[in-house]
Design a protein around this ligand. Structure first.
Ligand code: NDP
Ligand code: 2IT
Length: 444
C-alpha cells in the first residue's frame, strides 16, 4: 500500500465521525501521491504525513450567553490550530448551526495549503461555533461574541494565531470580538483581520475574496486564449464572497444572472442588480427572495436549483458540497466550461473528478479563494508596521498574488504531467513549501 493510502486509512479509522475532514484529507493525499513517491523514504522517516494530518492543537469550549429575554443559552466554541510550519495560525471563524469539529478540521486543513500558496508567512487554522447569528439582535450577537472571546483570547495573539471572518462572521462580529480581546488583554494588536478601517483594518479586505476569485478567473481564461467580457455566470450564495465576486465580474463585463441563499435562488436574465442585493443582504440582513419582489425581470425559486440555469461559468460561493455530480453534469450539458470555487470545498469529490475528466476548466478553492486570507496577511503586515496602504496598493498586491497562485498551480500540474489538473497542481504546490518547512524544523 502506498504511504498516502496508508495515512488515509489511519485518518478514517481515527476520525470515523468526521466525514468532511476525511474528504478534504483524501483529496490532498490523492493529489500529492505522485510527489511523495519520488521521495518516499525521506517523508516516511520523518513521519511527515502522520504529522500533517494531525492538528497541532484543537481547543473546544463552552460559550454561555444571555438572549434579550434573559434566557441563558450555551453554544460550543472551537479553535483548530492545525499547522504553524510557515507562520502563525491563520484562518477564519465560522458561526453557523452546522459547525462541528469535522467541518472546522476540514477548513483548517485546507487552510494550510491555501495559505502556503499565497507565498506569505501564515500557518493554517480555523475556528467558530454552532451559534446562529441569523435573527439575533445586535445585543445578542455582541454578548455571544464577548463570551466567545472570553475563552478564545487565551489561545490567540498577533504572533501566534490570528482569526478572521468566514460564514456568519463579518465586520459586526469582528468588531465585537476585537473590543473584548482588547479589554481582556490590554493589547491593541493585529490579533484579528477583517477589522473596521477606523481601528486597524485594511482597505480592500472586504472585497478581497470575491475580487481575487475574478482575478484568478481572468488569468485562467487568458491562458486559454479567452476573456471574461461577455461571459454569463452563476454565483451561488449572497454573502461576502458572492457579493464582491459579482461586483468584480460585472466590472469586467460579465453578466451574472443568478445568486442564492440557503432557502433558494433568484434568476434575473437582465443581470443581477447588485445594489439591491447589497441592500437586502448587507444593510437589512434579509432573504434573497426579496430581490424578486423588488425587480420585475427576476424570479425566485425555493431550493438549490441554481445550477440548472444555463451559463458559461459557475462560481460556487456559498458552502461545502453544494455542487454535486448531477449538478456538474447539468452545467456541462447547458454549456458551462469553467468552474472556480469561491467557497471552501463546494464541489463534491465525484463532481470534481467528473469536471476535470470532461475538460471543464476547474480551479479549486484553496487557489481560487486565497485572495481573502492573502489580504488578511497584508492587514497583519500593515498592523505590524503601524501604517495603512491605499485601496489601490492593496488591490494591486492582491492581483499579483492571484496571478502568482495561478502560475504556481499550473506549473506544478504541468511538472507532474497533468497540465489541466489544477486540483493536483494546487495541492502539490501548497504541500511542497509546507513539507520543506516541516522537514527543516525537525520532529515537532
Ligand atoms: P457569508 O456568511 O457572508 O455568506 C454565506 C452565504 O452562503 C450566504 O448566502 C448563505 O445563505 C449561504 N450559505 C451558508 N451556508 C449554507 C448552506 N448550508 N446551504 C446553502 N447556502 C448556505 O459567508 P462568506 O461569503 O464569507 O463565505 C462563503 C464561503 O466562502 C464559505 O465556504 C467560506 O468558507 C468561503 N470563504 C470565505 C472567505 C472570506 O474571506 N469571507 C475567504 C475564503 C473562503 P444564508 O444567508 O441563507 O445562510
Ligand atoms: O477560508 C478562508 O480563507 C477565510 N475565511 C479567510 C481567512 C482569513 O484569515 O482571512
Amino acid at each position: 500500500m502506498s504511504y498516502t493510502q496508508e495515512i488515509y486509512e489511519r485518518v478514517v479509522q481515527k476520525n470515523p465521525h468526521e466525514p468532511e475532514f476525511c474528504q478534504a484529507v483524501k483529496e490532498v493525499l490523492d493529489s500529492i501521491e505522485v510527489a511523495i513517491s519520488a521521495n518516499e523514504d525521506k517523508y516516511r522517516r520523518a513521519s511527515l504525513l502522520e504529522r500533517l494530518v494531525e492538528p497541532e492543537r484543537a481547543v473546544s469550549f463552552r460559550v454561555p450567553w444571555y438572549d434579550d429575554q434573559n434566557v441563558v443559552h450555551v453554544n460550543r466554541g472551537y479553535r483548530i490550530q492545525f499547522n504553524s510550519a510557515i507562520g502563525p495560525y491563520k484562518g477564519g471563524l465560522r458561526f453557523h448551526p452546522s459547525v462541528n469539529q469535522s467541518i472546522l478540521k476540514f477548513l483548517g486543513f485546507e487552510q494550510i495549503f491555501k495559505n502556503s500558496l499565497t507565498g506569505l508567512p501564515i500557518g493554517g487554522g480555523k475556528g467558530g461555533s454552532d451559534f446562529d447569528p441569523k435573527g439575533k439582535s445586535d445585543r445578542e450577537v455582541m454578548l455571544f461574541c464577548q463570551s466567545f472571546m472570553t475563552e478564545l483570547f487565551k489561545h490567540i495573539g498577533a504572533d501566534c494565531d490570528v482569526p478572521a471572518g468566514d460564514i456568519g462572521v463579518g465586520s459586526r462580529e469582528i468588531g465585537y470580538l476585537y473590543g473584548q480581546y482588547k479589554r481582556l488583554t490590554g493589547l491593541y494588536e493585529g490579533v484579528l483581520t477583517g477589522k473596521g478601517i477606523a481601528y486597524g483594518g485594511s482597505l480592500g479586505r472586504t472585497e478581497a475574496t470575491g475580487y481575487g476569485l475574478i482575478y484568478m478567473l481572468e488569468e485562467m481564461l487568458s491562458h486559454a486564449g479567452d476573456k471574461l467580457e461577455g461571459k454569463t455566470a452563476l454565483v451561488s450564495g449572497s454573502g461576502n464572497v458572492a457579493i464582491y465576486a459579482v461586483a468584480k465580474a460585472q466590472a469586467k463585463g460579465m453578466k451574472v444572472v443568478a445568486m442564492s441563499d440557503s432557502n433558494g435562488y433568484i434568476y434575473d436574465p437582465n443581470g443581477i442588480q447588485l445594489d439591491i442585493v447589497k441592500d437586502i443582504k448587507e444593510v437589512r440582513r434579509g432573504r434573497i427572495r426579496e430581490y424578486a419582489e423588488r425587480v420585475d425581470s427576476a424570479t425566485y425559486t425555493e431550493g438549490k436549483g441554481i445550477w440548472t440555469i444555463p451559463c458559461e461559468i459557475a462560481l460556487p460561493c456559498a458552502t461545502q458540497n453544494e455542487l454535486e455530480l448531477a449538478d456538474v453534469q447539468t452545467l456541462q450539458a447547458n454549456g458551462c466550461r469553467v468552474i472556480a470555487e469561491g467557497a471552501n470545498m463546494p464541489t463534491t469529490r465525484e463532481a470534481t473528478d467528473y469536471a476535470i475528466e470532461k475538460g471543464i476548466m476547474f480551479m479549486p478553492g484553496k487557489a481560487a479563494n486565497a485572495g481573502g486570507v492573502a489580504t488578511s496577511a497584508l492587514e497583519m503586515a500593515q498592523n505590524s508596521m503601524r501604517l495603512s496602504w491605499t485601496f489601490d496598493e492593496v488591490d494591486k498586491r492582491l492581483q499579483n498574488i492571484m496571478i502568482d497562485i495561478y502560475h504556481k498551480t499550473a506549473d506544478a500540474a504541468a511538472r507532474y504531467g497533468q497540465p489541466n489538473n489544477f486540483v493536483l497542481g494546487a495541492n502539490i504546490a501548497g504541500f511542497e513549501k509546507i513539507a520543506s518547512a516541516m522537514l527543516a524544523q525537525g520532529v515537532c
